[in-house]
Design a protein around this ligand. Structure first.
Ligand SMILES: NC(=O)c1ccc[n+]([C@@H]2O[C@H](COP(=O)([O-])OP(=O)(O)OC[C@H]3O[C@@H](n4cnc5c(N)ncnc54)[C@H](O)[C@@H]3O)[C@@H](O)[C@H]2O)c1
Length: 363
């Protein structure tokens, strides 16, 4: 079992990565002297596939255990679902001495983390990501939240967990489209790291798609290490952490325009393509590099499909992104892997052309 330390300003905590390590949860709870009143929220599909394993972590050393099922989708990543979690906690007499464990993908982690950060002004929280996307990205770094009034992740908090446990054996039951989602965020890290890492991701892409264990674990560790160093430098996104939004302003708007018929990780792949075009149109990225780098997102082109899309609407949604200022959209762009530019603005026509060119590959 690998241990990666996240050293955030508000808290230090470990991320454990390995195969068949889920069953160590009771030992880790004991070792960290965490609370014994345990509220476990499990993604319904994970519960369906892995019920026996989930039952295995319930230990007699826990004073109270309640397990609830959560149906994860962007529509249920809502204030209504958070309220239901509060109701369930209250009905079962949970107080401030509660440990909440989220077992599921990014949606489950985001919403349960938000409930943990607000219930009783914050109770202990553990993340067990069961999708590749959640493992490489969302479970680490403490961003929690819900969608509100058609804006992704508008309400939320920064709230770090006690620990994160990534057991790669959970990924065996993922549909291929979910593996592709994880690869979407891995591609983001390929552009955030250096050239060496970029080429390592290009070389191992097919093996990750086939879920080859060693390559997948290596990439997960590299992404978590990268995220840990960004979060260490800037936990609350006042500067450097903005680089993690590469491709995401496009992606979030596209998800809303498509009424969430496109998955987040797929939208990230399209968003990265648009960000590469915009980097080129802004004169930051050369034509030769555009042709080279665009190969990475386009390598999964035939696994992603977008319904007809209204580009003008996507642009309007981008304007109300929480990172926009007075309707001015802020972009993260790049000139090569690891060389990023923050808070760039662009003329509307340029953004529209980047959207049209990027999206055209996936229609
Ligand atoms: N907090 C952050 O920093 C951050 C970063 C990136 C993305 N996100 C958020 O993450 C969300 C996307 O996460 P996701 O792609 O994990 O989606 P998800 O949570 O919806 O999971 C995808 C699907 O896989 C199923 N599933 C989960 N684990 C499974 C398993 N082991 N076997 C079989 N099926 C399984 C789920 O039921 C769901 O249908 C988005 O809402 C996005 O905004 C947050």
């Amino acid at each position: 079992m690998k241990k990666i330390e996240v050293k955030a300003t508000s808290k230090n905590y470990p991320v454990y990565v390995g195969q068949n390590i889920f069953e160590q949860i009771p030992v880790l709870i004991e070792k960290k002297s965490l609370h014994k009143n345990v509220f476990i929220v499990v993604d319904e599909n994970v519960l369906g596939y892995h019920l026996k394993r989930i039952k295995n972590i319930i230990s007699e050393k826990m004073s109270k255990v309640v397990v609830v099922e959560y149906i994860a989708n962007e529509k249920s990543k809502s204030s209504k679902s958070v309220e239901e979690l509060y109701e369930c906690l209250i009905k079962n007499n949970f107080g401030r001495d509660t440990l909440i464990i989220a077992i599921g993908g990014g949606i489950t982690g985001d919403i349960v983390g938000f409930a943990a950060s607000t219930f009783g002004r914050g109770v202990q929280f553990v993340q067990v990501p069961t999708t590749l996307l959640a493992a490489v990205d969302s479970s680490v770094g403490g961003k929690t939240g819900i969608n509100y009034r058609k804006t992704k992740n508008l309400i939320g908090s920064f709230y770090q967990p006690e620990f994160v446990l990534i057991d790669t054996t959970f990924f065996k039951t993922l549909k291929e489209e979910e593996v592709v989602c994880g690869i979407g965020e891995i591609m983001k890290y390929a552009f955030l790291g250096d050239e060496k890492f970029y080429y390592a991701v290009c070389a191992s892409l097919q093996n990750i798609l086939k879920q080859k264990h060693q390559q997948t674990q290596n990439i997960i560790e590299a992404c978590v290490n990268m995220k840990a160093s960004v979060v260490k430098a800037d936990e609350t996104e006042s500067g450097l952490r903005k680089i993690l939004n590469l491709g995401h302003t496009f992606a979030h708007a596209l998800e809303v325009e498509q009424d969430h018929k496109i998955k987040h990780g797929h939208a990230v792949i399209v968003g990265l393509t648009c960000a590469l075009y915009l980097s080129y149109f802004k004169g930051i990225l050369s034509a030769q590099k555009l042709i080279e780098y665009i190969e990475l997102p386009l390598s999964l082109q035939n696994r992603i499909s977008i319904d007809k899309c209204n580009i003008e609407t996507v642009y309007k949604i981008m304007q109300r992104d929480k990172k926009s200022r007075e309707g001015k959209i802020k972009f993260v762009l790049l000139s090569s892997p690891g060389v990023l530019y923050l808070d760039l603005e662009a003329e509307k026509e340029t953004v529209i052309t980047a959207l049209e060119d990027g999206i055209s590959h996936f229609i």
